[in-house]
Ligand binder design. Structure first.
Ligand code: ST9
Ligand code: FAD
Length: 617
């Protein structure tokens, strides 16, 4: 049986009953899609996820890809290759590509609903399959030459990597030292060592295109310090005849080591040396413009959404595995008969503490699924406007605001819930390889780290998405939440929850207010260190905002579910809607009240921890 347990019913509920996605189907670039066809696509991918795609999940963890240091090659296990093939053959990646690049355009809300299934079933396969999608960046940002490469990447299913990190440049990408030297023929020679590169080397595809950030040398006004001095170079593993697609000599971009990781072992993470093996690493400048960090951020934005979705997908399967186990595992008497040594033993799902844990998992994951799909629905607006030659500025800003929440909050909450609740539900059995939980916990830890750690997401949220945006997107989001609170839906049955959400919204606004006050205070000469007060609270704000958005979306779902509960329907549907209401109430009553304490902590933050000598830690 597959390790992967999906929850398509909740996805469909969120897409259509809560977020009204029919609105965008059958319109503009998506005129061929309707609810029925979208559900059929999801059904098919769900089947793939629970069969061929997930088949190699555990085996490729136990026998991961092997690196040969003599040939600098990586061999991927055969079972994994079959899963990868099935993923590509499904054509799921085409949903994300424009028609002129061989895609079958679809709304981002459908794409992310589909991606949850694929990422939950086999995240490493999804990562290797990034090539055709990354080709989009070449297609959008590139010259005719780059566009030819993009077409080859799609037609020939070449893989691609995003190459930023160096030993001295992790979060601080601008500290990168890799250089690029211009050549007389218009190409560049890239020189340097990059590390931690996902899909750096493997035998799944005939070619790999590396998208590399490096500092151009000898070009006036370019190549200065920091991220703005970086340019983006396309460096293929094998040289390519762009007219015929024929592969030439091996290029000088060579994998010189493979990491031995805690999790996601099927995904090969390598050190890549550019130009140090006697062969130059020849590349060319994307779009012939020196705009590297902005170009790379097109990929990073996608990848941050992807990492948050991956984390949540894993938690969802973790919860459903835990739920199934809790319904079968018999242990101990019912608490009401604890003193009676002859009392019958009960399944653990009947113990209050197990119920607390299961409902905490259910509410957490369903709230975060709604967060992902709500963000994707904002991306629907962005894409729809773009297809009409417009920019929906409000949607762009809101999406920008939500991305660090999806990535930062999504990964943190998912990993903690996976470990403290989903695995815990299994007792000692969760710790051994008989169940997927121990692998889930190892595999999901990376999500709080790559594509910018949680600290980076918190800073991005406050400094870039709130302060630099002058609070516009946050104001818009708050107004949407407030609008729902004031709307009074739910027929009086969500009154207490509305009040709890109101308090949580006010408390989160209080945290923002305290931080803005500190940021402004730091502008006063002599008070520069007040900016530390902000830095001490950026992660707190990230998590608080995530809680508010999830609470709001869960309650919107509960409002819909309450209306449906009055209708005549099959028992399974009745139970589903009851579960939606219960999860929303649980989240409102047990999670949201904590934000009052977070606000107090934010308001009471002082500089004492910054004044403390290092030796005192
Ligand atoms: C990694 C990969 O970890 C792990 C998984 C592998 C996944 C592979 C497969 C992925 C699938 C890909 C499919 C592709 C599909 C693509 C479809 C696309 C169509 N938003 O604040 P400043 C820019 S990889 C947008 O001064 P610092 C902006 O241009 C490693 N742009 O930064 C800005 O200029 P301006 C991941 C942003 O202080 C400029 O940067 N590593 C944003 O110089 C400078 O901004 C990391 O993520 C943003 N949020 O540098 C590094 N932020 O201001 C984490 C910045 O004029 N570190 N820009 O607009 C950071 O993010 C740092 O904050 C820093 C700081 C490097 C940006
Ligand atoms: P550091 O930046 O050294 O951070 C260490 C700690 O300090 C973290 O807790 C961090 O939050 C904190 N910190 C650092 N700076 C600040 C600050 N200014 N304020 C507050 N806290 C801070 N990179 C690629 O380019 N391409 C890839 O494909 C890729 N894949 C990866 C796959 C794996 C399995 C791994 C482990 C990493 C991968 N990375 C990749 C690199 C990844 O993006 C970085 O590891 C990540 O950005 C963090 O950098 P770092 O590891 O150097 O940590």
């Amino acid at each position: 049986m597959s390790h992967y347990r999906s929850n398509l019913r909740d996805t469909v509920f969120t897409l259509f009953e809560v977020l009204g996605r029919e609105e965008v189907l059958g319109t503009g670039p998506w005129e061929d899609l309707d609810r029925e066809s979208v559900e059929a696509i999801l059904d098919e991918l769900d089947h793939l996820a629970r069969t061929k795609l997930s088949d190699s999940f555990a085996s490729s963890d136990r026998q991961p890809p092997v690196f040969d240091p003599d040939t600098h090659t990586v061999t991927v296990p055969e079972a994994f290759k079959r899963s990868y093939r099935a993923l590509l053959d499904s054509g799921a990646w085409q949903l994300e590509l424009p028609a002129d690049l061989g895609g079958q355009p679809s709304p981002p809300s459908l794409q992310w609903a589909a991606n949850e299934l694929l990422l939950g079933a086999n995240p490493a396969a999804f990562l290797y399959a990034a090539g055709p999608k990354m080709a989009q960046v070449l297609w959008r940002e590139g010259t005719e030459r780059d566009r030819k490469l993009a077409q080859l990447m799609v037609e020939r299913e070449w893989a691609a990597t995003m190459v930023l990190t160096e030993p001295e440049a992790g979060s601080d990408v601008g500290a990168g030292r890799t250089k690029a030297y211009p050549q007389a023929d218009g190409t560049w020679h890239v020189e340097g060592v990059k590390r931690f590169i996902t899909s750096a080397e493997h035998d799944l595809t005939e070619n790999i295109v590396h998208l590399v950030l490096a500092r151009p040398v000898g070009v006036e006004g370019k190549g200065g310090p920091g991220t703005k001095g970086l340019s983006l170079f396309l460096v293929p593993k094998f040289h390519v005849d762009l007219e015929t697609g024929e592969l030439g000599e091996r290029n000088g971009a060579v994998t010189t080591g493979l990491e031995h990781k805690m999790g996601i072992k099927a995904s090969a993470t390598g050190e890549v040396t550019f130009g140090a093996q006697g062969t130059p690493a020849v590349g060319w400048l994307l779009g012939d413009v020196h705009d590297g960090i902005a170009q790379m951020f097109h990929i990073i934005e996608y990848a941050r959404m992807m990492v948050g979705t991956k984390a949540i997908a894993t938690l969802s399967s973790g919860y459903l595995n835990a739920l199934a186990y809790a319904k079968e595992r018999v242990q101990g008497p019912d608490l009401t008969r604890a003193a009676d040594k002859t009392a019958p033993r009960t399944t653990i799902v009947n113990h209050p503490d197990v119920r607390r844990s299961l409902m905490t998992q259910k509410a957490g994951v369903e709230g975060m699924r709604a967060l992902v799909l709500f963000t994707a629905s904002v991306q629907d607006r962005v894409a729809l406007a773009a297809s009409e030659g417009r920019v929906d500025d409000e949607a762009v800003r809101l999406n920008d605001l939500l991305l660090p929440v999806v990535k930062g909050y999504g990964s943190e909450r998912s990993w903690v819930l996976l470990g403290t609740e989903s695995l815990q539900t299994f007792g000692g059995s969760g710790y051994v390889e008989d169940h997927p939980l121990e692998q889930y916990v190892r595999d999901a830890k990376i999500d709080t780290l790559y594509e910018g750690t949680t600290a980076i997401q918190g800073q991005d949220l406050f400094f870039r998405k709130i302060v630099r945006d002058r609070g516009r997107a946050l104001g818009d989001l708050s107004a949407q939440v407030q609008g729902w609170i004031d709307g009074g839906g739910g027929n009086g049955r969500l009154k207490e929850e509305r009040e709890l959400l109101q308090t949580a919204l006010t408390d989160t606004a209080g945290i923002v207010e305290a931080m803005i006050g500190n940021a402004m205070g730091s502008q006063v000469p002599g008070q520069e260190r007040d900016i530390y007060l902000v830095g001490l609270n950026t992660t707190r704000l990230l998590m608080a905002l995530g809680d508010v958005v999830c609470g709001w979306l869960l309650l919107r779902g509960a409002e819909v579910a309450l209306a449906r509960l009055g209708e005549d329907q099959p028992a399974g549907e009745q139970a589903f809607y009851e579960g939606k209401v219960a999860a929303a109430r649980w989240f409102a009553r047990t999670v949201l009240p904590r934000l009052t304490a977070e606000r107090v902590a934010a308001e009471q933050t002082d500089l004492s921890v910054m004044d403390l000598p290092e030796a005192a830690f």
